[in-house]
Design a protein around this ligand. Structure first.
Ligand SMILES: Nc1ncnc2c1ncn2[C@@H]1O[C@H](COP(=O)(O)OP(=O)(O)OP(=O)(O)O)[C@@H](O)[C@H]1O
Length: 272
């Protein structure tokens, strides 16, 4: 957790932090003639949770992939300030970017299969991330893996099971443990509760809310579900046709939307 961010801080306090963790300027990505996303600029501050919402095809996933180092944008830049000087994540060597992706930030995929090693045990999935960042002491790795499995409500007797022996909700919780065990500064989540039953979703959301708050994590969460955005995020960016049409504090955007498209989105949901 950033030394000068704590759980009692409001988003406004966090905004007073002089150094954004991520600075995004004019990011755009195109698929031939089609716009994936275009002209996206914002700063993300330590400890801040940003939601990206919009209907299907509005460019949320394209943008997230550009921000997370997965797909190089065609224009604009993404600066990450892990410690010290800001780093343009697409100007560093591929190998360095991959290292950052494994250590300084984490990605929670909608489909846990994209984020887990399906042929490796639950304990191995979590422990592997610690080895990636240089931990070598087997006893300590096992202890931390167990601690994280219990935090995501996976009991010790399942440590040797493979992810495919888990339910969808358990797989998603395992993926979250695998990402968070290495104490990333920033986490990207793409529809983290998508594809799960409503009751499983509710439990997972609750778990995510507690973890994000307790760890003081900065996160960027893509969701088409405004209730998820309401519960998890401090600030919201609304996308339409690849562009950001409105952004602001989550409650303000949802309770008093200014853009006609945001009004349409919020009115389409009975209660968020
Ligand atoms: N690999 C691709 N090739 C061509 N076009 C793509 C590709 N991926 C996305 N697009 C297009 O880019 C635009 C944005 O898509 P994107 O998947 O980012 O939207 P989204 O908001 O994440 O949608 P969803 O909520 O359905 O996942 C859409 O017009 C889509 O058709």
């Amino acid at each position: 957790m950033n030394a000068h961010v704590n759980a009692d801080m409001s988003p406004l306090d966090i905004a007073l932090d002089p150094q954004p963790l991520l600075s995004v300027a004019g990011v755009g990505r195109f698929y031939g003639e089609r716009i994936g996303c275009q002209g996206v600029s914002f700063d993300l501050w330590p400890g801040e949770v940003l939601g990206i919402v919009g209907e299907s095809g509005s460019g949320k996933s394209t943008l997230l992939r550009c921000l997370a180092g997965i797909d190089r944008p065609d224009e604009g830049e993404v600066l990450f300030r892990g410690s010290g000087e800001p780093l343009d994540i697409y100007s560093v060597a591929e190998q360095e970017r991959r290292r950052l992706m494994r250590t300084a930030w984490g990605i929670v995929h909608q489909n846990p299969r994209d984020g887990l090693r399906m042929d490796v045990s639950a304990g191995g999935n979590v422990g592997e991330r610690l080895m990636d960042r240089g931990d070598r002491h087997y006893g300590k790795i096992r202890e931390r893996a167990l601690d994280w499995l219990s935090r995501v409500e996976i009991t010790e007797d399942r440590i040797d099971d493979r992810p495919r022996q888990f339910s969808g909700g358990m797989q998603q919780r395992l993926q979250i443990a695998r990402v968070l065990v290495s104490e990333p500064k920033l986490v990207f989540m793409d529809e983290p509760t998508g594809g799960l039953d409503v009751s499983v979703q509710a439990r997972l959301l609750d778990l995510l809310r507690v973890l994000v708050r307790d760890l003081g994590l900065a996160a960027i969460i893509v969701t088409h579900d405004l209730a998820v955005a309401r519960l998890l995020t401090d600030r919201l960016m609304v996308m339409k046709d690849g562009r950001v049409v409105e952004q602001g504090l989550t409650d303000q955007v949802l309770d008093d939307p200014h853009h006609a498209y945001t009004q349409l989105l919020t009115s389409a949901v009975l209660s968020v």
